[in-house]
Design a protein around this ligand. Structure first.
Ligand SMILES: C[S@@+](CC[C@H](N)C(=O)[O-])C[C@H]1O[C@@H](n2cnc3c(N)ncnc32)[C@H](O)[C@@H]1O
Length: 317
């Protein structure tokens, strides 16, 4: 399996984080460790990096990649939305820079048994954290297969619209409900075929199942909810003058990041027509990137995954 993952906008991230030997940095989405390795190299000889990821399989690869940095690198299997709790266990309460590089890794997309891609036949799974739902509180792990076979028609329409911005959500949900009455929908390619048949036949710029695959993945992993909580927690952990960098890959993520940064940077968050300010809100950050930073032509040519990437950065006040 090719575990090579080219870190997106890596030079830019490193410029903003400006890692120093005395610093402690958090990579909240360590993946295969590309950005983490760059941060560790630049913060030599004593900068520390704590890498977090939901995906235990990715962490095993990142561990191999980062072992040359010895005790300067620590990896945690967990959710960046709970970063404060995870770091407190390592007695870390404030840090010198944080990166969130959102979405799925190439490892997840290219591993058929993870079920993220319509290009490979595999079980409809899509959990980033394979231990998800294995605690006693939940009856069974929430997988894409459960969502597709167990949700009501209305819920499917809502998931496809909300998280995929899919204009044919109703037609697709209808086709899914009819198909599952014949037989359980269990594989990625079986599901992709059902979607393909549900939408009008025309020349697609992208695979017709792209948006519903994105929708299912976001729903199964509660990605947007984690992002909302993760941004607040990350900002609260930064030392003054230090940066949070967030790389997004689609408009739903980017909108959340943009709005959160704008709110945190504002003097007042009272409703627009309030005559005098009663919110007592104080800005906690300044926005460093007035517009998102995009990859250049060279990078997107070398790494097509970078094409939709947007980097936004705030600095703690
Ligand atoms: C785009 S990849 C990161 C790639 C990484 N920057 C690199 O250079 O290899 C995104 C990673 O974030 C992880 N992830 C997504 N949501 C997460 C969350 N809420 N908490 C922790 N990890 C998460 C995924 O499992 C995936 O490995």
């Amino acid at each position: 399996m090719d575990t090579h993952h080219i870190p997106v906008l890596c030079d830019k991230v490193v410029d903003f984080l400006n890692p120093k030997p005395e610093g402690v940095y958090i990579d909240g989405t360590v993946g295969l460790g590309g950005h983490s390795a760059a941060i560790l190299e630049i913060s030599a000889p004593s900068g520390r990096l704590i890498g977090i990821d939901l995906d235990g399989e990715a962490l095993t690869i990142a561990e191999n990649r980062l072992h040359t940095f010895g005790e300067r690198a620590s990896l945690i299997n967990g959710n960046f939305a709970e970063m404060d709790v995870l770091l407190a266990r390592h007695s870390v309460h404030a840090v010198d820079g944080i990166l969130l590089d959102l979405g799925v890794s190439s490892l997840q997309l290219d591993t058929p048994h993870r079920g993220f891609s319509f290009n490979h036949t595999g079980p409809l799974d899509m959990r980033m954290n394979l231990g998800q739902g294995l605690d006693r509180a939940q009856q069974a792990p929430l997988t894409a297969m459960q969502v597709v076979n167990g949700s009501t028609m209305e819920d499917l329409v809502d998931i496809f619209r909300r998280y995929g911005e899919e204009r044919f959500a109703k037609r697709i949900a209808d086709r899914v409900v009819r198909a599952r009455q014949q037989a359980l929908i269990t594989t990625t390619t079986q599901f992709a075929e059902i979607v393909k048949k549900a939408v009008p036949q025309k020349k697609f710029k992208i695979h017709p199942a792209t948006r519903v695959f994105q929708a299912l993945r976001i729903h199964v992993n509660a990605e947007l909810e984690n992002l909302v909580s993760g941004l607040d927690v990350a900002i609260s952990l930064l030392k003054p003058g230090r940066c949070l960098c967030v790389i997004t890959f689609h408009s739903l993520e980017d909108r959340i990041v943009k709005r959160c940064f704008q709110t945190c940077a504002r003097m007042c968050i009272c409703p627009p027509k309030t005559p005098i300010c009663i919110c007592e809100h104080k800005p906690s950050v300044e926005i460093v990137t007035k517009r998102p930073v995009l990859p250049g032509g060279d990078e997107t040519q070398q790494n097509p995954r970078a094409r939709s990437a947007k980097l936004r950065v705030v600095r703690k006040l």
